[in-house]
Write a protein that binds this ligand. Structure first.
Ligand SMILES: NC(=O)C1=CN([C@@H]2O[C@H](COP(=O)(O)OP(=O)(O)OC[C@H]3O[C@@H](n4cnc5c(N)ncnc54)[C@H](O)[C@@H]3O)[C@@H](O)[C@H]2O)C=CC1
Ligand SMILES: CC/C=C\C[C@H](O)C(=O)/C=C/C=C/C=C\C=C\[C@@H](O)C/C=C\CCC(=O)O
Length: 265
């Protein structure tokens, strides 16, 4: 078959925004999108790490392929400014990965603000630029949920609630977009445990449920840890497959599975 473009050129000309991109899963998502020729804007509150990633990838992919902007997803004002800077610099937004997230059962209101409200804020502001009905060119949003978006994580009730919310919001937003003709697909990933900073020192993050850290650590031991690259490849699958809208991809060490939900009809 004659390939018009190499596989690694698939996202050439596409502009992606990734939140929580300075380290961990977000960094891997940004790097994977760059490997496939997208231009990537990395948003995070960790300036030093974010700028270091951009400095590194610029050596590999050239100038003007990556940009770091400080942005706290708890602030609609900062999200609006970052997305406008993206559009002003690169001409639009085609891909949004709402990835930023924390785990803190003590500061549970902050956890809700970052993990769930941050995804809503990012999606709604991005739609102002991506929605075909308002001058956008369509695109795709991929939200980072978690296995805790599909089943209860006994030691993290609020984290579980935020991730269930991300799954529900994603599926409803996908349906609203399809019925309305926005041209924007919305999907979610639900990774199990991944080797990142988030799962270090778990006991210190469980607040009143710190006595349940053994159960969580046992789960991690039983399931094993995913790598950030394994997760990023799943995000790429949801970005590239234009048939995916409202899809929820569960990612386990032993493989990936699209989740089916009860019919609402
Ligand atoms: N590590 C794991 O086992 C799993 C993590 N997840 C989710 O994956 C996403 C990424 O987490 P990890 O890479 O594991 O964590 P991480 O802690 O390694 O990285 C999170 C990144 O998000 C940034 N961030 C935090 N709050 C922010 C805010 N208010 N605004 C902007 N950026 C902010 C941090 O500075 C950091 O760079 C999170 O949504 C998390 O809930 C989902 C399933 C498994
Ligand atoms: C301490 C938290 C560490 C990391 C957070 C991260 O988001 C993560 O990996 C969370 C994993 C949570 C797992 C929670 C419950 C798991 C339940 C499963 O055993 C069953 C749940 C869903 C099954 C879905 C299905 O098979 O249809």
């Amino acid at each position: 078959m004659l390939r018009l473009t190499s596989p690694k050129m698939a996202l050439d000309g596409k502009i992606a925004v990734v939140t929580g991109a300075a380290v961990g899963i977000g960094e891997a998502i940004a790097r994977t999108l760059l490997q496939n020729s997208a231009t990537v804007v990395l948003l995070d509150v960790n300036d030093a790490a974010g700028k270091a990633v951009v400095e590194d990838v610029t050596k590999q992919y050239g100038e003007d392929k990556a940009l770091f902007l400080r942005c706290n997803v708890e602030s609609e004002e900062q999200i609006k400014a970052a997305f406008q800077k993206t559009v002003d610099t690169f001409g639009g937004i085609d891909i949004l990965c709402n990835n930023a997230g924390i785990l803190n059962e003590s500061e549970w209101e902050k956890t809700v603000s970052v993990n769930l409200l941050g995804v809503v804020r990012g999606t709604y502001v991005a739609l102002q630029h991506m929605n075909k009905l308002t001058g956008g060119r369509g695109g795709v949003v991929v939200n980072t949920a978690s296995m805790a978006g599909l089943g209860p994580l006994v030691s993290c009730p609020v984290y579980t609630a935020t991730k269930h919310g991300v799954v529900g919001f994603t599926r409803a937003m996908a349906a609203a977009s399809a019925v309305s003709g926005y041209g924007v697909r919305c999907n979610a990933i639900c990774p199990h445990f991944v080797q990142t900073d988030l799962i270090t020192n778990i006991k210190s993050k469980l607040g009143q449920f710190s006595h349940l850290d053994d159960a969580t650590n046992q789960m991690m031991e039983n399931t094993g840890l995913l790598t950030v690259s394994e997760v990023a490849e799943s995000v790429l699958e949801l970005v590239m497959d234009e048939t995916k809208n409202g899809d929820v991809l569960m990612i386990l060490k032993q493989g990936k599975q699209y989740i089916t939900f009860p019919s609402m009809q």
